[in-house]
Design a protein around this ligand. Structure first.
Ligand code: SF4
Length: 67
């Protein structure tokens, strides 16, 4: 994946060197999995991203209440 200002270091010749298949940003195993929301609602990254954000929010609230 090489669009905008970011180029994935695992992207070579339209293939992912981690997943050993065509680059599919947000797929399980991708460096972006759970770290970004994708406009494609079917992206497995989206659910993982939302769970990650919920977990971070709980941690922030717990830390804030502990002070
Ligand atoms: S699938 Fe993800 S990790 Fe693999 S090349 Fe594409 S953007 Fe990079």
């Amino acid at each position: 994946m090489s669009k905008g200002g970011w180029s994935c270091p695992k992207y070579i010749d339209n293939r992912c060197t981690i997943l050993k298949k065509e680059c599919d940003p947000g797929d399980k195993g991708c460096v972006l999995y759970g770290k970004a929301l994708f406009s494609n609602e079917e992206s497995p990254s989206n659910e993982a991203f939302e769970k990650r954000m919920e977990r971070k929010m709980r941690e922030m609230l717990r830390d804030k209440n502990a002070k």
